[in-house]
Design a protein around this ligand. Sequence first.
Ligand SMILES: *Cc1c(COP(=O)(O)O)cnc(C)c1O
Length: 368
Amino acid sequence: MQISYNLKSNSERRQTAFEPKDNVGFGELRTDHMFLMDFRDGQWINPRIVPYAPFEVAPGAIALHYGQSVFEGAKAFRHKDGEIYTFRLDKNAERLNRSADILCMQGVPEAMQRAGIEALIDIDRLWFPMQDDACLYIRPFIFATEDRLSVSPSEQYTFCVILSPSGPYYKAGFNQAIRLLISERFHRAVSGGTGASKASGNYAASLKAGKVAAEYGAAQVLYLDATNQQIEEVGAMNHFHILKDGTVIIPTFTDTILKSITSESILELGRLLGCEVRQETVMLEKFIQDIESGEIIEAGGFGTAAVVAPVGSYIFEDRRVLTVGDGSVGEHTKRIYKVLTDIQKGYIQGPKDWLVKVARKENSACAA
Ligand SMILES: *Cc1c(COP(=O)(O)O)cnc(C)c1O
């Protein structure tokens, strides 16, 4: 793939590295450039890196009307050697195409996705924040651009990647447990639907539920299956709980649960974490009983942005509250968070191929 570069002039683009004292927030900033590529006449054409700026989309574009739009979220980390490493980008690339397939969209060959993302990171590497626990958040997405009002799959798409230099997700350290609303009213997905894809529309559909959750003092909704019997997942995270013997349980992946790469990583790390990690169908009634009896001692969510989000309590629509353990962040949860983030940061060796160094190309305009 031959990428063309139309870069910002030197005076327009970032010229100095961040300082450790710069307080970069999570997800707020953008880098100087973005990667774009178009799907026309049956092929992906014109891969290019251009200044981050608004682009033109036809008012009749199918993505705007019928929601053919899918995205990914990945991270890259800067290691002690000063190089930037992407974390399991192969899994994100594969999942973007799985999501696209579920929405009858055109996928992007995985090698092309990775090449575009790596070239973009390389060009904008000066944007990597210098704070502890910083990352480059990577947001690839595909959306349907064909201008057509009849409902059928678009024949034209754009693949875009933007980057967000991000400071720590947990600004005050990893010590705050959240509350989740267990809702019987809202459902995220049904069997045969789009729940297993990272579709923009799934997020639009979760916003009202999120607003109601906030009214209950909860951070998000913990979704049940359509019959309100099984625990499925949180809007942007898988759910997990931990038994008193340390066993970590994640609900079995079905077509109503998005296959989280964080969950998959924890499953693969089982032995390194020193505990069993397994998947099973989680029945709500049993889950409640086991929390009340003390059989379940910790719980939380797994997702790229937070990595681990500890849950201290659940609230029901009748305002009943269910506290997990003593409601604080438990030791097992802390250990899981530390092991996975230490691997990402290169402090400890994780499985082979999880981290891939971003190559420095000759035309990389950055000195850092
Ligand atoms: C993105 C997402 C997750 C988390 O997946 P990761 O690969 O761990 O980031 C979980 N559930 C849903 C619905 C998601 O969209």
